[in-house]
Design a protein around this ligand. Structure first.
Ligand code: FPP
Length: 252
């Protein structure tokens, strides 16, 4: 029997205990609109990022409850280095702040943390905080919470191509053996299923260099909600709509 996730009223949703069907296995989120959220409130842009941290936890909690297997959140792109230094410094402190507050709940929810992107180029303090969380959560076998940090889709593809050329050069790989599956193994997302659902907030409708290879057959869902206002009810709206999509992967 297919149990649809209706537009629950808040109370019903909290009480919902049934099995969810047709839940996306991998959800990717482009968290956008922090700056506009702050500007609308007459606050500095970074206030939006700070508030956005709490929205991250709301979604992690809701996704774990929905039995999503992988949640990938775009926290910092390779292009975000173009922002003012003060904003970058602020953004780089957020993983530590998030983990300081929410790591206990993440442990309770059996969530494992990992990252995709050029991890080594992050500031030491950011790396330390994240590495600590990766180590702490490595035995959890529930949802994977994957932070895309210093991540760019084109860079990821170029990096894969370079490694492939290198492996061919030293005879670890033959050109004949290369196919789409093997190519995927060279991406940061090696071993992960492609995202089933990609959510972008704030009314923008573009990929912004996020998971270019992986999103070939992903369902997109856009909302005008600004990231700091994203909560469980918006999450269920996205899931509800996903459940009604017909995925054909190019077939009939
Ligand atoms: C885009 O909004 C958002 C970002 C560049 C940063 C997203 C980061 C967080 C929400 C917090 C991350 C938290 C953890 C735990 C790593 P924008 O600044 O581009 O908004 P705008 O388009 O309104 O200016």
């Amino acid at each position: 029997m297919s149990i649809k996730i209706p537009f629950f009223k808040k109370k019903q949703k909290e009480e919902f205990q049934g099995e969810l069907e047709n839940v996306p296995r991998h959800v990717a989120i482009i968290m956008d609109g922090n700056g506009r959220w702050a500007e609308r409130k007459g606050l500095p842009r970074v206030a939006g990022h700070k508030e956005g941290v709490h929205a991250v936890n709301k979604v992690v909690r809701a996704a774990a409850k929905a039995d999503v297997e992988v949640l990938t959140m775009f926290a910092f792109s390779t292009e975000n280095w173009k922002r003012p230094k003060s904003e970058i410094e602020f953004l780089m402190k957020l993983p530590k702040e998030f983990l300081h507050v929410y790591l206990p709940e993440i442990m309770e929810n059996n969530v494992r943390i990992n990252t995709i992107g050029e991890f080594e180029a992050l500031p030491e303090h950011t790396k330390e905080a994240i590495q600590h969380a990766i180590d702490e959560t490595k035995h959890n076998d529930g949802m994977l919470l994957n932070f895309a940090l210093n991540y760019g889709g084109r860079f990821e593809i170029m990096r894969a191509v370079k490694q492939i050329v290198n492996d061919i050069d030293c005879a670890k790989l033959s050109v004949e053996a290369l196919d789409e599956n093997l190519f995927s193994d060279y991406l940061y997302t090696n071993g992960l299923q492609d995202p089933d659902l990609l959510i972008r907030t704030s009314g923008e409708q573009r990929l912004s260099n996020f998971m270019l290879w992986q999103s070939a057959y992903t369902e997109f869902w856009f909302t005008d909600v600004l990231w700091p206002d994203f909560d469980e009810s918006v999450w269920w709206q996205a899931l509800n709509e996903y459940q009604h999509r017909k995925r054909r992967f190019g077939g009939l």
